[in-house]
Design a protein around this ligand. Structure first.
Ligand SMILES: [Zn+2]
Length: 468
């Protein structure tokens, strides 16, 4: 994610007044009820326990004139313990009509107090290790929700469709999901919209079919991704398809209002992917592209897998940032939201690298500029990148800029060959999986053979300008 600087400043002020909800739910060992959360202290209702999802098959039907969304979700999972009851995450404004589990009707509830829990009781208990295939029919008036930092999230209605951006908690606004970043799954997404509109999701474009004035767009994401990286963005888009010079097929959609400004930047897609592939290793996915919206009120861009999503024509560094996330964030994903530095610090550092490559400031100059701020500059230094105190501050400026500075400082301490060896090894070790900040710092120490304890404490954890 990359927030516009104007909004960042507003959020910095807003954040101070908001409260965090805390307390992780417990998943008692003897219970046959799946937990109502996945244990993230910043988003305690996010995700669930008792099962793992392998695949989502989503069919979404959307009417922009009325904002009416009807959906059918077929979720292929398996029970990780004996289950008599379990939850999916779905906001209550999406009304569930029926639920089937393993082919039999199940009872269900959407309790008011639980905000986003769809509580499901199968007709028969599901044994540990057994398939859990859940089919949910639902419908409602689609809209977004607000994140703790005040930004819109989820199914964000636009003048001609919707910009669908799920980080960190928007997925349950439009489909039933185990909404923890740690339950990665493959996706098949079909979106039906009025003829003339385009619906763009992740991965491979599998064609479109039109009947009775409505067009269904077919998408297939065959590599497991976290639910906050899924999109189904809808609008009047101009589509460009092709193959990058390194052989990656792309599908890019432009809102006509942003196309002229966006094309010179987005045309560098192949060059940026090639550059990061040389630094970090092979591009993790079989498809690429971008979605350029005309929805400036959203205030940020998001690294939706294979096809980053921009609320406006991106500048070159925002574009590079979201593409770098395909490695750092999408391929190797945070375990908990407090690990956000693994996403944002690395993506921001990557655009320092891209800036150097394109003849702008060098990464060293970016670091010097950061270090020119005095210890009293709270916006630059607080919170420490690996210690955001709550959900309000996970996208704070310091997570990005001080977070990028930590990596450039590490590079200067260890030398580029060792530094990039660590990054490439880190990506290989956690491919298509999740990891935490302590795992990274331990890995860097192990590979380099250096004691980096104090260095990481100063850059990532101490609530002050590093070494001040
Ligand atoms: Zn980002």
């Amino acid at each position: 994610m990359r927030t516009s600087r104007i909004l960042q400043t507003v959020l910095g002020v807003l954040g101070a007044g908001l409260l965090m909800i805390s307390g992780a739910p417990a998943d008692a060992g003897v219970s046959t009820v799946g937990a109502t959360g996945a244990g993230d202290p910043f988003f305690p209702r996010q995700g669930n326990g008792g099962y793992r999802v392998e695949h989502y098959n989503l069919a979404i039907d959307y009417h922009p004139a009325t904002h009416h969304l009807a959906g059918r979700a077929r979720i292929v999972a398996h029970a990780t313990k004996l289950l008599t009851r379990f939850d999916l995450d779905l906001r209550r404004f999406m009304h569930v009509q029926s639920v089937q589990v393993n082919g039999a009707p199940a009872t269900f509830a959407q309790p008011r107090a639980e905000v986003q829990e769809l509580v499901i009781s199968p007709a028969a208990p599901v044994a540990q290790g057994q398939p859990l295939v859940v089919t949910v029919l639902y419908a409602g008036t689609a809209h977004d929700i607000f994140d703790p930092d005040g930004s819109p999230d989820g199914f964000i209605v636009t003048r001609d469709g919707a910009m669908v951006a799920n980080e960190p908690q928007g997925a349950p606004t439009w489909f039933p999901v185990n909404d923890t970043p740690r339950d990665k799954a493959t996706y098949r997404v079909q979106v039906t919209v009025p003829r003339g509109l385009v619906a763009v999701s992740n991965g491979a474009f599998r064609g479109r079919t039109t009947s009775n004035g409505r067009t269904t767009w077919h998408w297939r994401m065959g590599t497991p991704i976290s639910s906050y990286l899924v999109t189904a963005t809808i609008g009047k888009f101009t589509v460009r398809q092709g193959t990058t010079t390194t052989g990656i097929p792309y599908f890019t959609a432009y809102d006509p209002a942003e196309q002229a400004a966006a094309m010179p930047v987005v045309h560098r897609l192949g060059a940026v992917l090639k550059f990061f592939s040389r630094k970090y290793g092979k591009y993790p996915y079989g498809w690429a592209g971008a979605i350029v919206e005309h929805a400036r009120f959203v205030g940020y861009a998001l690294e939706t897998a294979t096809r980053p999503l921009f609320d406006r024509a991106p500048d070159a560094l925002t574009f590079a940032h979201e593409l770098a996330h395909q490695w750092f964030g999408d391929d190797v994903t945070l375990r908990h939201w407090r690990d956000i530095w693994l996403n944002e610090g690395f993506a921001e550092f990557s655009d320092w690298l891209w800036d150097e490559h394109r003849g702008g400031l060098t990464a060293h100059q970016h670091l010097r500029r950061l270090l020119s701020h005095p210890p009293s500059a709270k916006y630059e230094w607080l919170p420490a990148p690996a210690a955001p105190p709550d959900s309000v501050h996970i996208f704070a400026n310091s997570v990005y800029e001080r977070g990028a500075g930590a990596l450039q400082a590490l590079r200067q301490k260890l030398g580029s060959p060792m530094f990039f060896r660590i990054l490439r090894g880190w990506l290989r070790a956690h491919r298509y999986s999740n990891a935490s900040v302590p795992q990274f710092t331990a890995y860097a120490q192990q590979v380099s053979g250096r004691n980096l304890h104090h260095f990481f404490y100063e850059w990532l954890y101490r609530p002050a300008k590093p070494f001040s």
